[in-house]
Structure formats: C-alpha cells, structure tokens
Design a protein around this ligand. Sequence first.
Ligand SMILES: Cc1ncc(COP(=O)(O)O)c(C=O)c1O
Length: 392
Amino acid sequence: MMYDRSYFDQPISRIGTACEKWDGIQEEGKQDLLPMWVADMDFRCAKEITDAIKARAEHPVFGYTFETEAATQAMLGFMKRRHGVELTADEQIMMPCVITGLRTAVLTLTQPGDGVIVQPPVYGPFFASIRENDRRVVECPLIRQVDGGYRMDLDSVEEACKAGAKLMLFCNPHNPVGHAWSRDELTALWQILDKYGVYMVSDEIHQDFELVPGCVTSMLNIATEKDAKLCTLTSASKSFNLAGLQQAVLFTRNQQLKNDLAACMHRVGVVQGNIFAMTATEAAFAHGDNWLDALLDYLRGNEQYIRQELKARLPKIVLSPMNATYVGWMDMRAYGLTDEELTKRTHEAGVAFTGGPFFGEKAGSGFLRINFACPRSQVEEALRRLEKAFNA
Ligand SMILES: Cc1ncc(COP(=O)(O)O)c(C=O)c1O
C-alpha cells in the first residue's frame, strides 16, 4: 500500500485502550492533559501489520510458539536494506524489549560494584538498569554547544575506562538530544573502548528515525570484528509503533558474548515467543518500508513546524538542533523556573512533556522533552498550550 500525509493527519482516540500515554496520565486525574511525553506515536500502524495480525487471529489456537525463520530473515533483510548492516541468523537474540537487553548485558558483563558509563542527558532507564543491579553509574555527560547541540566528552570516557569501568551503555541516535552520531564520532569512541577492553551496548532503538536521510550509522558498521565487545539493541516496536506487543532484538557478531547473554536470559526464564509480536515483527520488517518512508516525511514536517513556531512565538525556548528521533529537547532555563514549576505550569496549561531530570538529575534539569510523533493538529494544540503556560 502507498501512504501519504493524510494517513498520519488523522487523529485517533486511544483513550480506553489501556494506553500508557493517554490513559496512564488520566488515571492520575489529569484528564485534560495532552500527552506529548512517552516515546510512543499517535498514528495508525501500517495496514500490512494489522492485516497480518488479523490473518493470524483467524486461526483459533494460540499455543506455544517459537521464533520463525521468516521473522528472522525479514529482520536481517531490513537491517541490510535500510542500514547497510550485514548479519547472519546466528548473530541475533530476540527478546521481549530493549530494556531486557540492557539489563541482561549489565548482569552478564559486570559484577556488583563495577562502573558502567553513561552519557547524560540520556534515556532514564539506563541509570535504573545499572543502579537496580547494584552497579555504579559513571557519568560522562555530553557537552552542550552554544547552538544547543551536543558533543561527546571523549576525555571523560577515557578517564572512566582508565579508572576501570567495565561497560558503556550508549545511545545512537541519542535520546533525548535527537542526535545521530557521525562515523567519525563513533570511530573515536570505539577506539577508546577497544583500547581498554570495555564492552559497549549500543541502544539503536531510534535507528529508523532519520530526519536527515542517511545520518544514522550503526555501531555494527564501525566495530566489524567478530570478537568486538559490542552488542546493539533495536526493535520493530519503536519504528512501527508496536511497543504493546513486546518484541526486540539484540545483535552481536561475538558468539561468546551472544552465548553468555543468552545463558543469562535462560537462567531467569526470559523467553520470547508471543505469536502476535512475531507476526507483527515479520510484517513490519518485510512490508513496512512504504509506511516508514511516509512517516519520516511527516515527522520532518512536524520538526520544522515546531522549530519555526518556537522561534516566532516562544523565542526563549532553545530547541536543540537535531537530525534524528521524534523527540525534541527544549531548554527552558531562560524562564528561571525549577523542574517542579515547569511541570506544574505546563500541566496547568493542559500539556504533558517529559521532564528533563528523567534523563539525568543534573544534565536534564531545566529541560523538557517534546514527543512530536502525532498528527499536526495535536502538535498545534500542544504549542498553543505551551504558549499559554509561558506567554500568558
Ligand atoms: C533509547 C531507548 N531505549 C529503550 C527504550 C525502551 O524500549 P523497550 O520498550 O523495547 O524496552 C526506549 C523507549 O522510549 C528508548 O527511547
């Protein structure tokens, strides 16, 4: 099927569907809040996916299942076609979600008390995956540039490696700053980790959201050796909005690493094997390209619209320059408010963003993250409410 912007323009009510993004905040008694927070899209998914799920539902038995060859091949084909990454079927492990992979890697590759490197501001569960497993968070914050963009602090990463860190949880493209790291940046980072024998988990769940075509490079195309201490994590769930189905994948060419990670998952009984998740994953990776391309055009339009409107109507807010993801990182510090005040003001005006401290207490303080993967009319309403919060 061919898709155009009218498909993504259609608002769709998700209220009453056990939807974390909409119902989750209503349950807290905030019915009028327009949700621009959790990274979940307010769009109909691809018809190819719903058709495949419906076809499978026609068969009335839903017993134990297994990972299908067709789903694996669809995934490998997608990685090659869209990301230029060549992998074989024995270089992947399917799992329920990306967080399963992050936590499994922390448990497998480090001991209690070991240091694990992160680069705040960064996706909050990175911190929890480390702390809740009694490992130490070693922060190597990104460095903010004058234009609101970010670069890595490679000196501090090297210091952390020298001081004995065992693992780095890396985000590419980076959530929340919306930056897909360049080949040069990735190569420089990898050279440091490799020199000190530090493992990397590269969370590439936002890999498909290229606002600038071709800007995303997978770490798998930087660290190509068979024994590289690297695994990457991704999923159809983010790219095709299937998070409620729970299906993700870990890639590594390092067979020892793969076996160790698989053994850890086995020990705690984490198995994947959800019939509908597997069906949807196969359909998305095999037949989702047209939907994804049209979605990307739509997201580019939303990002440009927000940038232009903020500049004109709320010039004190600095939206970081971005080339990837569908989340914008807004610097609100010019208002001189605390994080609690920022939340209160926006909620009172009827709009919910993700508060910056979720991405690191210090590096995220004074920021809000806006998720703009929703119909344009919803973005327009969110900006009206944001204006009400700060210009009233
Ligand atoms: C960088 C990053 N990693 C992981 C996740 C969560 O993925 P999953 O739902 O597969 O655990 C998200 C969700 O927003 C994310 O932004």
